[in-house]
Design a protein around this ligand. Structure first.
Ligand SMILES: CC(=O)SCCNC(=O)CCNC(=O)[C@H](O)C(C)(C)COP(=O)(O)OP(=O)(O)OC[C@H]1O[C@@H](n2cnc3c(N)ncnc32)[C@H](O)[C@@H]1OP(=O)(O)O
Ligand SMILES: O=CC(=O)O
Ligand SMILES: [Mg+2]
Length: 530
């Protein structure tokens, strides 16, 4: 390996790793780290400050200091880039070799190649995923499963456009050090992909495209924009060829959507309603603020409850006002072998995508190739031959800060079933994450880091706020500990005793029961990884 001065790669170097951990890529990582990491840390500290202000009785609101950006009628984001004009179905998923091929072949218009919610950032996933991306772009990718099933890319030219989701600003990469410091996981993911694949994607008439997760402010978007300028300059790529869709999936970011589009405007490819992390963020931001911010059982918080509806309506309105795509959220339903469950999953998915298409979204997400067709049908009914509906301005939408903050009007109960489900899902998910699989089907739903965050944060919040369940039972530490033991036994029996069950139990207990609320489960879990 040819490693620049000041850079150390401490993870094991396997066959072909040097193709993505190239000198060029590591030079870019070093430059990004030296120029941007101080600001990244400052911005992370500001997040903590905002949570403290809310805990002390503060709230969230649209920003006074950026009013001129919102009121200026004259700016628009860049015109949609090639491969990102028609986005009616987007599939998401991890970048392991088999799923890379399956996602690209799925018939979806876009594949969100995920190094975030759906990925455990094990070193071999981080680097191996990049190699799979590179091979899929050079066309040199195939795979044979242990059962002998063979996989290769379809040859009819209908492959999904690749959009890579790097890790969020909070996650470090401990296997790449610059000047002795761990680097930003997101910047490493970005730099490796841009270096290996940026020019190659341009040569194919596409471009280096990204989905940006978990941002909490327009200043964090400004930092990504600077990373894009540095990356393009460093590699000699024309300015504006990088495009990024930002997930609006934190409560604070919902108040800065327009500013986020503005910061990224020459690189912007729109916004996405990251509904699961959004729910997590609502709980997290107001977790100590009592009954007004208590949500009922996770699975009863649908997209039609008032605060969720306000958020998606504002997202469509904001995007289309600025010429940007508005992309809908993840319906977590996945096909089931049980006929009844399967029918219900398809009914729910169709309802969800039909509502989004009717509301003006330009496309939406599915978690599984089996759901691509149903999503496409829902959008086809509204879009027909048009590639998107960015011209639907939704000037009828008027969402206020109070609408976004109206958690209190969410109908539903907190039940024993909901509590137990949170415990069961949380433990099963963490066990899978610790073994290297960051996305898993549990009880008929796709679970990933975002949904699991809800499952542990609700329990923490219900304990902190002395919640009494619908049947009159008080939520106590002892009750949750008993459920953890019971659900662990069930999971072991059902899925087998081998695996990291004891670690999952310890981690879930820490995340749900500790006095001090952990910012991200992935940070706590990453500390337990080699
Ligand atoms: C909140 C958010 O951030 S959402 C975005 C992040 N989350 C995700 O991306 C999760 C994406 N989905 C998945 O990872 C998977 O669908 C899971 C883990 C939930 C379920 O996967 P499986 O247990 O393999 O499901 P199942 O057995 O039904 O899969 C059938 C086939 O579809 C493939 N498949 C399933 N989901 C996907 C996917 N998202 N991308 C590509 N291929 C997929 C499987 O690899 C399998 O292929 P095979 O028949 O060739 O072996
Ligand atoms: O990343 C998507 C979400 O819903 O969270
Ligand atoms: Mg998310």
């Amino acid at each position: 390996m040819d490693v620049p001065d000041g850079v150390q790669v401490t993870g094991p170097i396997e066959d072909r790793y040097d193709e993505v951990l190239s000198r060029d890529a590591l030079e870019l990582v070093a430059r990004l780290h030296r120029e941007l990491d101080g600001r990244r840390r400052e911005l992370l500290a500001r997040r903590g400050e905002r949570v403290r202000q809310i805990a002390d009785g503060g709230t969230l609101d649209f920003l006074e200091e950026t009013r001129s950006v919102r009121e200026d009628p004259d700016w628009q984001v860049a015109a949609p880039a090639p491969g990102l004009v028609d986005r009616r179905v987007e599939i998401t998923g991890p970048t392991d070799r088999k799923m890379t091929i399956n996602a690209l072949n799925s018939g979806a218009k876009v594949w969100l190649a995920d190094h975030e919610d759906a990925n455990t950032p094990l070193w071999e996933n981080v680097v191996g995923g990049q190699l799979n991306l590179l091979d899929s772009i050079t066309g040199d990718i195939d795979f044979t499963s242990p059962e002998g099933k063979e996989y290769k890319l379809r040859s009819d030219g209908e492959l999904a456009t690749i959009v890579v989701r790097p890790r969020g600003w909070h996650l470090p990469e401990k296997h790449v050090l610059v000047d002795g410091e761990p680097t930003s996981g997101g910047l490493v993911d970005y730099a490796l992909y841009l270096t290996a694949c940026g020019q190659r994607q341009l040569d194919r008439g596409l471009g280096p495209y990204f989905y940006l997760p978990k941002m909490e402010s327009h200043l964090e978007a400004r930092l990504w924009n600077e990373a894009f300028l540095i990356g393009q300059d460093h590699l000699g790529l024309p300015r504006g060829t990088i495009r990024a869709t930002v997930l609006i999936e934190t409560y604070p970011a919902a108040f800065e959507m327009e500013e986020i589009l503005y910061e990224l405007r020459e690189h912007s490819a729109g916004l996405n309603a990251g509904r699961w992390d959004y729910m997590f963020s609502v709980i997290k931001c107001f977790r100590t603020r009592g009954r007004d911010y208590l949500l009922p059982d996770r699975n009863s918080v649908t997209m039609t409850v008032p605060f969720m509806r306000a958020y998606t309506e504002l997202l469509v309105r904001t995007c289309h006002k600025r010429g940007a795509h508005a992309i809908g959220g993840m319906a977590a339903f996945i096909p089931s072998k049980d006929e009844e469950r399967n029918a219900l999953a398809f009914t729910k998915l169709t309802e969800d995508k039909t509502r989004e298409a009717g509301d003006g979204f330009d496309g939406s997400w599915v978690a599984h190739p089996g759901m691509v067709e149903a999503c496409r049908e829902a959008f086809d009914k509204v879009l027909g031959d048009r590639p998107n509906q960015r011209d639907r301005l939704r000037e009828d939408v008027h969402v206020t800060a109070d609408d976004l903050l109206d958690v209190r009007s969410t109908p539903g109960e907190i039940t024993e079933h909901g509590l137990r489900n949170n415990v069961a899902v949380g433990i099963r998910y963490l066990e899978s994450w610790l073994r290297g699989s960051g996305a898993v089907g549990i009880f008929g739903l796709m679970e990933d880091a975002a949904t699991a965050e809800i499952s542990r944060s609700q329990v923490w919040q219900w304990l902190d706020n002395d919640v009494v369940l619908a049947d009159g039972t008080q939520v106590t530490t002892e009750l949750v500990e008993t459920m953890i033991g019971e659900e662990l036994d069930k999971a072991r029996e059902e899925l087998g005793p081998e695996g990291r069950w004891d670690d999952a139990r310890a981690l879930y207990t820490e995340l749900a029961l500790a006095d001090e609320y952990a910012d991200f489960l992935t940070l706590s879990a990453y500390e337990r990884m080699p």
